[in-house]
Design a protein around this ligand. Structure first.
Ligand SMILES: [Fe+2]
Ligand SMILES: [Fe+2]
Length: 375
């Protein structure tokens, strides 16, 4: 169920699960010293489903599970850590390196305290592997997506193992393990669902940007390996992506604004086109395809159960249905102006064709209003 083990940097190996939509990536790093001494670290060893192919791969690579010295856990999710009991049972020398917050949960697998080395207990985040002379660095990924989430940076290969950060569901077509532009969609989707807020992502991006030397490769626990220019691009895009709470809050604010805009349009319509208004109200509130979309109380829109853009289109369709075709252009203009005055983009169809026409139209409707006032 796993493909071949692949070296993605110096003595840094990837074993990837075969699912088409959502891969689990397990990584193994061999630190090999000048006199041949070595130390083996596995990162996010996966699930019992991975165990058979993992133990086979480890046999080839380091002579078996028993030769694992360090198990690094980015956090405690089952896709990351549910293998841990089996690994520690077969690797008697292995210690688990993870944050205290992760350990508090992972020890529920029945792992004794003495098998654990809290990352917080090291004096510095940059550590020298005494036996081989290599440098490794712990990099917090706070709230990405767990408070105690950690990444680890191997200075030799300049690969940053990033856990769920920069992970993605698979949207790239074709074989291979490296990201291209098609991978972004899956990364963005994964972060929108699993990351709590843009602020958390920005803090992690800042930490990565501060690394010295800068990483050449980001190796996440799901999806594609990111390197080269895309690494910089994706970090930048992630820092400005609305995720988790951001999307909900922003949509709430957008919806509140739309309620007010639609309510004030309805009020205006009631004064200028009372007949259209009453048929529209009937359409919006009676049983039919829009029944559940709008909740209107006392003439005001109180709730919309659709994304704002979809709701606007539904509203415009209902307005057309409620009026005769010769009024559509006039009503479309009024509807568009009404939305625009609240900073909302109107449906394409209601917009005049060129900017000149728009100016004339605005002027005309002002004149009409004046006529009404003085006529
Ligand atoms: Fe996770
Ligand atoms: Fe994960």
């Amino acid at each position: 169920m796993h493909g071949e083990i692949q070296e993605i940097g110096k003595e840094f190996y990837l074993l990837r699960s075969d699912e088409k939509d959502f891969h689990r990536n397990i990584y193994i790093k061999r630190f090999v010293g000048p006199n041949g001494d070595s130390l083996n670290m596995i990162m996010d060893p996966g699930t019992p489903l991975d165990y058979p192919s993992l133990s086979k791969a480890l046999k080839e690579l380091i002579g078996g599970v028993k030769n694992i010295h360090i198990v690094f856990l980015s956090h405690q999710d089952p896709d990351v850590s549910s293998n841990i009991g089996a690994i520690l049972a077969s690797a008697p020398k292995a210690l688990v390196f993870t944050s205290i917050d992760t350990w508090r949960l992972v020890k529920m697998y029945g792992i004794p305290e003495k098998r654990f080395k809290p990352i917080e207990s090291f004096k510095k985040d940059l550590l020298k592997v005494k036996r081989t002379g290599h440098w490794i660095q712990f990099v917090p990924a706070r709230y990405c997506h767990f408070r105690g989430a950690m990444m680890i940076y191997d200075h030799e290969s300049r690969i940053l193992f990033s856990g769920d950060f920069m992970a993605g569901v698979n949207t790239r077509k074709g074989p291979g393990i490296y990201a291209n532009e098609e991978s972004w969609e899956g990364i963005s989707l994964f972060h929108q669902i699993y990351m709590p807020s843009k602020r958390a992502i920005q803090m992690t991006v800042d930490r990565i940007n501060m690394l010295n030397p800068t990483p050449k490769v980001i190796a996440p626990q799901h999806g594609d390996i990111v390197k080269g220019q895309l690494l910089e691009d994706f970090l930048q895009r992630l820092a400005s992506l609305d995720v988790g709470l951001d999307t909900e809050e922003n949509i709430e604010a957008e919806k509140e604004n739309l309620y007010v805009a639609l309510s004030s349009f309805l009020e205006m319509l009631k004064l200028t086109y009372p007949d259209v208004h009453s048929s529209l109200m009937e359409l919006l509130t009676s049983a039919g395809e829009f029944t559940t979309a709008f909740k209107i109380v006392g003439g005001s829109v109180m709730e919309i159960k659709l994304l704002p853009k979809t709701a606007i289109n539904h509203f415009w369709k209902a307005l057309k249905k409620a009026s005769s075709p010769d009024l559509h252009e006039e009503l479309g203009g009024l509807f568009a102006n009404s939305l625009k005055s609240f900073g909302i983009e109107p449906p394409e169809e209601t917009l005049p064709e060129g900017p000149e026409e728009e100016d004339t139209k605005d002027l005309t409707s002002e004149l009409v209003d004046l006529d009404k006032l003085f006529g």
